[in-house]
Design a protein around this ligand. Sequence first.
Ligand code: AMP
Ligand code: ZN
Ligand code: FE
Ligand code: FE
Length: 278
Amino acid sequence: MSAYADLHLHTTKSDGNLSPTELIRLIEKTPLKVVSITDHDSTEGIAEAIEAASKNTSLEIIPGIELGTDVPGTEIHILGHWIDPTDSMLQNHLEEFRMGRETRARKTVEKLSTFDIDIDINRVFEIAQGAVGRPHIAQAMVEKGYITYPQQAFEKYLGKNGLAYVSRNVLSPREAITLIKNAKGVATLAHPREAENVEALLPDMVDAGLAGIEIYYKDYSETDKSRFQTVADRYNLIALGGTDYHAFGTPGEMAPGPVGPPEAEIHKLKQLASLAHK
Ligand code: AMP
Ligand code: ZN
Ligand code: FE
Ligand code: FE
């Protein structure tokens, strides 16, 4: 178990429940040396995290992002590590994505009401301190006693095949990878096991410039890891990962740290990033 790096973490700037500062304080209690803040459609947590860790010389923070993409029938998420948060093309897109999230939240709440689930959209926006997402709607459902844990909302209503699922406008995987690369970031396929038929989608993503794949992810078994190590070897992708920590409070939720990629992979990531930033 490597506790060197955790490259997939969320904060209150998207659907995490810890502020960037709170997350860094938690991380400082672990042996982690390199972490990345990868909020959905927002880079707003990065500066706060860096500031919170500024007195800690043994913790490195990589600016990151997580983008949802549009693939029929499945969910493909792309991570960008070492993106330049000041890139205006990136920020313009992120702003659009966040507006699309608000529209989608409204539509989801309307759809839920047809199943006699009455959630106040204003409460959802209050819960969401940053980019609004389905977990905020799930949390509002918990508050009103419809379910016990946010996870349960996804099973029946909010998951891609759920009764109240609403899509939103996002980029294709190819476009998301290009956006990340143009912002000097290194693009990685997040949680590949969670995508249907991912092996068939990979050649196009690799062609667009995908550089990594998450292998050291949360609850992946040795079988999962060897499946995706084979993919990484075939396409010459670096093997990254992390806990995808959100502080949801779900029983058994893994805290930051234990699964992340080994130091050698972080060195490869840094080499790619330094080429991109030349
Ligand atoms: P959104 O950004 O609104 O598309 O919501 C995506 C987020 O919802 C993911 O990053 C997870 O945090 C959460 N999520 C997605 N699927 C599930 C699931 N099946 N169970 C619990 N949480 C999920
Ligand atoms: Zn999330
Ligand atoms: Fe994701
Ligand atoms: Fe994530």
